[in-house]
Design a protein around this ligand. Structure first.
Ligand SMILES: Cc1cc2nc3c(=O)[nH]c(=O)nc-3n(C[C@H](O)[C@H](O)[C@H](O)COP(=O)(O)OP(=O)(O)OC[C@H]3O[C@@H](n4cnc5c(N)ncnc54)[C@H](O)[C@@H]3O)c2cc1C
Length: 408
């Protein structure tokens, strides 16, 4: 309960906590042990409205907004970070990319099922040449062949690509014009040939929701599944990653809070020299630093989300929130490990995997250095972070309800 938040937002927080407590926590360890994707749980989370907070009701969303979405991410991660591994694919990058760049037919065909958790999403931008300059280093090529494109190349770190039904994938349709040659595609790996996803073994990350290398060998995408025009891909990426960044910041906040709560519990339980270790001043110093950083991160994440709800320029604040929250998560994961001593390394304790997730949130959807470059160049006046606000020509999820009067 946060007394600075509205009762509606706090009701959302309660609802998420109830869902995680009753539906996810009792079964998630089992999925992890089996390495099985929790498809039924994703469907239940979709039915509970956990993926649709920023989308209009016409596509199955609840139109509650970015602040509600941030609170949902924060609480899901705080309860079980592993189950949150597909949140972006179900409720952010994948459906919002389709919403921003798609036709009404494409939106109606794909977005409602993603938000409902009935189909499993994916967003694949990164390649092995470097995620921080994904467009510049993109080699994957989509060749037009009559009514289809044939895509050949290799994508890297494509989360959930081994399970996805419907995703978005970026490939070059023109190799000579840099970012202007990037095109976005809706992909259906279970429907068309030429797709092979190979999970990457990652220390400390979920065994049930995996990230992958994807090998594309003349993989087929019908022309009608292209998002926007050839060359629109870069615009769609930039527009899609901005809310995604606030989502990752909220997830980092969730990890920081989980570390803090575990550390408090352990500091009170673990008795050394006749007293709980929480009585030791150096442990208290760690607790105080965690509490302070979490409050600051939370204020920034909520401010960024609120500014997005108010349709204000929010690229700069999103970068600041993501940078701060991911640093806080790393710091809290580190301190929680220290407080747990050797036990922090045992996988039966959740703190053993928070470090890996905090590292992931530090790097994913724009690394910490990339956020710092954006923040500093804005401050120095070299490149304003919000220079494209309102000028991308793409629709706004919350304001432009394209399906309201649309009949398929
Ligand atoms: C678990 C996981 C899941 C992921 N899921 C997805 C997904 O679903 N879809 C997807 O498309 N991608 C995904 N990614 C990719 C992620 O977005 C990239 O890892 C990220 O963009 C960084 O790219 P990179 O790892 O290639 O690092 P690089 O770009 O090679 O960067 C290496 C280092 O150099 C630094 N650096 C880069 N440029 C500069 C500069 N100009 N100045 C100073 N320092 C710089 C970076 O901060 C970083 O520290 C995922 C990654 C992970 C680890």
């Amino acid at each position: 309960m946060d007394p600075s938040m509205s009762p509606e937002i706090e009701a959302v927080r309660d609802m998420v906590n109830r869902f995680m407590e009753t539906e996810v926590k009792p079964v998630m360890d089992g999925y992890e042990k089996r390495g099985e994707f929790p498809r039924e749980l994703v469907r239940k989370a979709g039915a509970a409205g956990l993926y649709g907070a920023v989308f209009p009701e016409s596509v199955g969303g609840s139109n509650m907004g970015y602040l509600a979405a941030a609170v949902i991410q924060e609480e899901m991660v705080r309860n079980d970070v592993r189950f949150s591994s597909c949140n972006n694919q179900q409720g952010s990058t994948c459906p919002s990319g389709i919403y921003f760049g798609g036709t009404p037919e494409q939106i109606q065909k794909y977005v409602p099922n993603l938000l409902a958790g009935k189909t499993i999403g994916m967003m694949s931008l990164t390649e092995s040449g470097g995620g921080s300059d994904a467009e510049g280093n993109m080699k994957t090529f989509a060749r037009r062949d009559g009514d289809v494109y044939r895509i050949t190349g290799q994508k890297m770190w494509a989360s959930i690509a081994n399970e996805t039904d419907v995703g978005i994938l970026f490939a070059k349709t023109d190799l000579k014009v840099g970012a202007k040659g990037v095109t976005a595609f809706i992909v259906q790996p279970k429907t068309y040939p030429g797709w092979k996803a190979q999970p990457i073994d990652c220390l400390g990350l979920s065994k049930s929701m995996r990230t992958n290398v994807v090998f594309l060998d003349d993989f087929i995408v019908p022309v009608e599944d292209r998002l926007g025009q050839e060359g629109d891909g870069f615009k769609i990426i930039m527009r899609t990653l901005q809310p995604g960044r606030v989502g990752v910041a909220a997830k980092a906040l969730g990890v920081a809070r989980a570390c803090f709560e575990e550390a408090l519990r352990y500091a009170n339980d673990r008795v050394l020299r006749g007293q709980p270790i929480g009585r030791f001043q150096m442990i208290q110093s760690d607790i105080a630093e965690m509490a302070t950083a979490i409050e600051a991160s939370r204020a920034l994440v909520y401010k960024a989300a609120q500014m997005m709800d108010d349709s204000l320029p929010s690229n700069r604040i999103a970068a600041i929130a993501k940078f701060h929250a991911s640093q806080t998560a790393k710091m809290c994961a580190d301190k929680a490990m220290q407080i747990f001593g050797g036990y922090g390394l045992a996988t039966e304790y959740r703190v053993s995997y928070y470090r890996a997730y905090s590292d992931m949130f530090f790097t994913g959807e724009g690394s910490a250095n990339v956020q710092k470059i954006m923040i500093a160049e804005d401050a120095l006046g070299y490149k304003l972070a919000d220079r494209h606000h309102g000028k991308t020509g793409l629709r706004d999820i919350r304001k432009d309800d394209v399906l309201k009067d649309f009949k398929a």
